[in-house]
Design a protein around this ligand. Structure first.
Ligand code: PRP
Length: 210
């Protein structure tokens, strides 16, 4: 039986773009386009098996070898620092990590700053490099609510179009980290399935230059 390459795709809009890139690279799996709730799709002929994974979980699947390769945002890689190889910047899923707050926010440096975020580690590193004392409030989503309800002074979150901030009357204080999607590989898989992984990498890399 042919060895299969297991690929974790981030579920959602970005994942569909990523799949199209893999398809163009010569690793199609037409059944993935069927509109159903299935999470695993394979094409034995070309030797690939795709999984739809929650975007923030891709790195865990790859680190632990449940997937050989996958696509994860640089935000997740910086936040969790998984033990994987980062092979390629796919130049898609571009956004920025930013500090945002209400329009009338002024930083009072005599007080500890409260920061609501999903990205505690990134936020800590950012403020520690500025010598600013903070208190992290760890949230899992809808971060924009926190300053509005005075749960925090600021948020550290991803800004793409800026429309979520605008709709909630928040403003960017500083964009401090550009983010994009990265191709990552399990370290052992890279050794034993290196040939096919490098082939995919080369073809994806050509597509990112177009
Ligand atoms: C992300 C992020 C912002 C939004 C930014 O949220 O946390 O809320 O996207 O995008 P924009 O600048 O284009 O408006 P996501 O949709 O992942 O949901 P979440 O609230 O669960 O974090």
């Amino acid at each position: 039986m042919k060895t299969m390459l297991n690929i974790a795709l981030p579920k959602g809009r970005l994942g569909e773009k990523v799949y199209d890139m893999f398809e163009k690279a010569g690793f199609p799996c037409p059944s993935i386009k069927e509109n159903n709730r299935k999470l695993i799709f394979e094409n034995q002929e070309v030797g690939v098996r795709y999984f739809w994974v929650k975007p923030s979980d891709v790195a865990i699947y790859v680190e632990r070898g449940a997937a050989d390769i996958g696509v994860a945002g640089k935000d997740i890689l910086l936040e969790y620092n998984p033990d994987v190889y980062e092979l390629l910047d796919l130049n898609i899923g571009k956004c920025d990590m930013a500090v945002a707050a209400k329009a009338d926010f002024k930083d009072d440096r005599t007080k500890t700053l409260t920061v609501a975020t999903k990205f505690a580690s990134i936020a800590k590193a950012y403020y520690s490099s500025r010598g600013r004392e903070i208190d992290i409030i760890h949230l899992n989503g809808s971060i924009e609510l926190a300053p509005i309800l005075n749960l925090s002074d600021v948020i550290v979150d991803i800004v793409e179009t800026g429309s979520t901030l605008k709709a909630n009357k928040l403003e960017v204080v500083e964009k401090f980290l550009p983010i994009s999607a990265r191709l990552i590989s399990n370290k052992v898989s890279f050794k034993f399935k290196g040939e096919i992984i490098e082939k995919i990498m080369a073809s994806l890399s050509m597509q990112t230059e177009m």
